[in-house]
Design a protein around this ligand. Sequence first.
Ligand SMILES: Cc1cc2nc3c(=O)[nH]c(=O)nc-3n(C[C@H](O)[C@H](O)[C@H](O)COP(=O)(O)OP(=O)(O)OC[C@H]3O[C@@H](n4cnc5c(N)ncnc54)[C@H](O)[C@@H]3O)c2cc1C
Length: 490
Amino acid sequence: MTMSSKPGLTRRSVLGSVGAGVGAFGLAGASVVEASLLPEPERMESFDVVVVGSGMAGCAAALQASESGARVVLLEKLDENRMGGNSLLAGGSYSVPLGTSQAARDDYVADYVSYCLGRGNETIFRLMAEHIHGDLDWLGSRGVELLAAEERPPNRVATVQTAPAAFAGMPRAFRTLKGVLSEAGVALMFETKARQLIMDESGAVVGVRALGADGVADYLGRAVVIATGGYAANSQILEGYSDPNAGAMMVRGVKSATGDGHVMAQAAGAGLKGMGGLMALHVAAVDGIETAAGQPARVVPYAISINQDGRRFVDESRGYVAHGKAVLEQPGQATSLIFDQALRESVAEGVIGTFERLGRPFHQANTLEDLAELVGAPVDEFVRTVENFNAAVEDGAAPGANPPKAKLANRIETPPFYAFSPLVPGVTLTFGAVMIDADARVLEPDGRVVPGLYAAGEGAGPVFFHDYIGGGALTNCLVMGRIAGRNASA
Ligand SMILES: Cc1cc2nc3c(=O)[nH]c(=O)nc-3n(C[C@H](O)[C@H](O)[C@H](O)COP(=O)(O)OP(=O)(O)OC[C@H]3O[C@@H](n4cnc5c(N)ncnc54)[C@H](O)[C@@H]3O)c2cc1C
């Protein structure tokens, strides 16, 4: 690392500053943005590659760049105990093809394309399919413990879980990664918030101006990798792009996912894509307190969901994301997921165990009337809804129910009866992203490359649309993070 108090490089800061508020995304006049530019700092440090964000994408990029011979600094706005951002509190599953043959990769890609309604990023799905087995071996060889792959029908993907278990693996993984990065010589700068990208006269990105405990500093490099994650915690972006009411949703992840990379990259000329509407969000109906692990995704397709008026409102077999988005439209933005003893035994036991471990309540009653009372729904309407649904079940579907259920329809008839309630919508991750190509180079809206600027992870792509097959987000972070790190160091 080189420290200097005299800029050796002619440069200028780009317009637009994270934290400037109204300047973001051109929502207000440029003069407001210009006024918020940080001053020229006294302190500057030179590296080869500057990585912003310490989640899975940032760690993969930084470690790969360092192993490729670059001098690397990694900037993270949180303190070191929270290194990892959303990746730290993720379930920790990676999706992989069901083998290394071309046919297995093609199936994996086809399932992602179909899950994302044909609007996902096939180029990146192919890179994920091609590299993830090798990239997980790479991660494992650096000390991150992983469990054996488990198939996840009906999709033709398997998931590899970070050891020791769901939601318990990532904290251990990040402790390991922190040690590995330090040993590799990567400078880790915590509580250091990137605020502006720095460009030279040729229009290339040559560094980041950041605000840390010691004030403003410039971190210069031949290349910058943006790995700042999504914008689930930025109500301005959610309300402006996704839905006027989206800012009221629970944030399942960290509050630092505020789209800073989107703002900085756009100010440097980058295009944003896939930002519009609820299709840009992954929403799940979750417990209002334990918003991360307190979510009964596994139970949703088999159970029935009843709103505060005592009515069903969605085909639950479409899965937990379609369910989560439908809850947004319900009275009080809340629902109760109802099932019986037979479903408890076949699909819900594990989720009940998680709720018990978290100390979160679920309701149990011997009659439907009592369950309705417990969840606060009008008793007559609630019971009528369940009875009508039961009467409509035939051959595992309920085509005559209101609304119809296409598959996985089970009569709710064996006491005791249960409810996870209330469940409220929470944003898991966001899909709108800084545009990148297959080399993780950031693109302008017209497809030109922004020289020196790379991006990877949740905030780069865009990769997914409407939904993703579980494990795909971390797979994208690891694969595209390594590609960004390799190319940034070249
Ligand atoms: C509860 C939950 C469970 C999940 N489980 C899974 C799962 O099992 N499998 C899966 O595939 N996906 C899962 N996801 C999604 C997945 O965790 C994320 O998509 C992924 O971790 C994003 O990684 P990232 O590296 O892009 O960003 P992050 O991990 O969010 O890291 C970005 C980092 O950048 C930092 N940062 C932001 N702005 C700045 C700035 N201006 N300056 C410096 N630093 C900055 C942030 O503080 C953060 O630490 C889950 C999400 C949630 C919320």
